[in-house]
Design a protein around this ligand. Structure first.
Ligand SMILES: Nc1nc2c(c(=O)[nH]1)N(C=O)[C@@H](CNc1ccc(C(=O)N[C@@H](CCC(=O)O)C(=O)O)cc1)CN2
Ligand SMILES: Nc1nc2c(ncn2[C@@H]2O[C@H](COP(=O)(O)OP(=O)(O)OP(=O)(O)O)[C@@H](O)[C@H]2O)c(=O)[nH]1
Ligand SMILES: [Mg+2]
Length: 441
């Protein structure tokens, strides 16, 4: 598969649809225009209504053709889009005709955007933005994807890279003029200032409680409490279906049962967990371990108190957590603790309020970070690694002979940050080093 291949694919949804869009990218576009389009390849960026024929002269469809010429296209290559009637036979005929031309094959998933990346039309975070906008189901996900697609992250990383490239250039100067009078104080300060600025910004980004990732992948909520409290029944209420098994036997749920719902404009994963208790049963004990882990990892816990039985006090409760007093319909065995929401999974009482509390939490959490720097685990890993390198560079500079080590650490940080946006390139480091270097050397 070389860049000389021309790729084609259905770019619109599954047939039948009102209109089907077939996308073609690569050097064979001109030939397709000449051989298949009755009116030839249209002028770039001029939609043209035309008859479309296959190689044997049989009519495929009447449709609209739109051409963009390299490098002024989405992929950076010659492209052609055909807007056809969206029936399966039309699409099939068109794709068969196209792939029968030598040098034209069906595209692999993401290959158009991959070409756009390889041709420098998009960086990696922008390409991720393309993937995310197509997947987006909530407005919040869409806005976040659009920001990323529009270079929102690129800008941040470019600023950091510039700052660090500058710091690196100054460290190089230090290395080259190791003992010229009182250079150290004056030289080290601006380097430390640059490092401190980037370190502080990365720390802020990393300390966002995962808001960007949660907007993209969903917030995580765990339903926890003693056996038989009605956790699975609450889950089923929230899911509006019988997602989890409910019985009157304590210890029914063992595996985590997760359902995905939309609340407060956010994707929310609700996890039903095994009732927490000491048990000899190895299967249930594993369930309890998983329950504790799910509770610890969740953004919010719903602690369920069994109103119809004397319950042990709920496990560790964090400020944002919700405590519900279930079985409010039954004869109470205990008094609801202060702040606990009375609900009944059987009658549905209190479920609306529970939902609005959850909605309030996720929408507030989502709004707590204005423009998250991290939207996927990949970004977090690289940023954490980059931060560690920068902290190590700062420590190295505090020692007298640390300039070489610091330079190596900053280079490492630059590589880690650059890999997020897919620009691992030492040329820009060299350029900045030399541009700052013209002090007669
Ligand atoms: N018909 C159609 N609609 C579409 C797309 C597409 O490829 N085709 N897109 C694809 O996902 C999105 C829009 N994104 C696009 C981004 C860049 C270019 C493009 O041709 N860029 C050139 C020329 C820019 C210009 O003329 O102003 C370039 O960047 O050089 C096209 C679409 C959504 N809608
Ligand atoms: N009266 C009444 N019974 C309820 C209520 N919620 C649950 N139950 C009953 O309580 C029993 C246990 O319900 P589950 O939802 O399975 O409880 P659980 O907390 O998931 O239990 P484990 O999975 O064993 O930990 C079942 O018999 C339910 O029908 C409620 O609000 N009112
Ligand atoms: Mg259960």
């Amino acid at each position: 598969m070389g860049a000389q291949d021309t790729i084609c694919a259905l770019a619109s949804g599954p047939p039948p649809s009102a209109i089907a869009i077939i996308r073609i990218s690569g050097p064979a576009v001109a030939e397709v225009g000449k051989r298949f389009l009755a009116s030839g390849l249209p002028e770039p960026k001029r939609a043209s209504l035309t008859y479309i024929y296959d190689a044997s002269g049989e009519l495929i469809d009447q449709g609209i053709a739109l051409h963009a010429r390299a490098p002024h296209s989405y992929t950076g290559e010659d492209t052609l889009e055909l807007y056809l009637h969206g029936g399966p036979a039309v699409i099939d005929h068109a794709l068969r005709a196209l792939t029968s031309v030598s040098g034209i094959r069906l595209a692999e998933p993401g290959e158009f955007t991959r070409r756009a990346f390889e041709n420098g039309k998009l960086d990696l975070t922008e390409a991720e933005g393309v993937a995310d906008i197509i997947e987006a189901e909530t407005t919040a996900q869409k806005s976040q994807a659009l920001r990323q697609l529009g270079g929102g992250l690129t800008e941040i990383y470019d600023t950091w890279r510039e700052e660090l490239t500058g710091a690196l250039a100054l460290i190089e100067v230090m290395i080259d003029f190791p003992d010229e009078g009182d250079v150290p104080e004056d030289t080290v300060r601006p380097i430390l200032e640059r490092l401190a600025k980037v370190i502080a910004e990365i720390e802020t980004g990393l300390g966002d409680r995962g808001v960007g990732e949660r907007i993209r992948d969903g917030f995580r909520i765990a339903i926890v409490g003693p056996p038989n409290a009605g956790k699975s029944s609450i889950l089923n209420r929230l899911a509006r279906r019988e997602a989890a098994i409910v019985t009157d036997i304590a210890g029914t749920t063992r595996d985590i049962v997760e359902v995905r719902i939309i609340l407060g404009g956010q994707v929310v994963w609700i996890a039903d967990t095994a009732g927490l208790r000491e048990t000899e049963d190895v299967v249930e004990a594993e369930g309890v371990r998983r329950a504790r882990r799910a509770a610890a990892e969740a953004d919010l816990r719903i602690h369920v108190i069994d109103g119809a039985a004397p319950s042990p006090p709920p496990g560790p409760i964090e400020a944002q957590d919700i405590v519900i007093f279930n079985k409010a319909d039954a004869r109470p065995a205990i008094l609801p603790p202060d702040g606990a929401l009375p609900v009944s999974a059987v009658t549905g009482e209190g479920i609306d309020t529970l939902e609005s509390w959850i909605a309030g939490f996720v929408s507030q959490r989502a709004a707590s970070v204005e423009a998250p720097v991290i939207t996927r685990a990949r970004h977090r890993e690289k940023l954490a690694a980059g931060l560690a390198s920068l902290v190590s560079a700062r420590e190295a500079l505090a020692q007298d002979i640390g300039a070489e080590l610091a330079a190596e650490d900053v280079r490492m940080a630059l590589r880690q940050l650059s890999s997020v946006i897919g620009k691992v390139d030492v040329e820009d480091v060299l350029g900045a080093v030399f541009s700052k270097f013209c002090i007669g050397k």
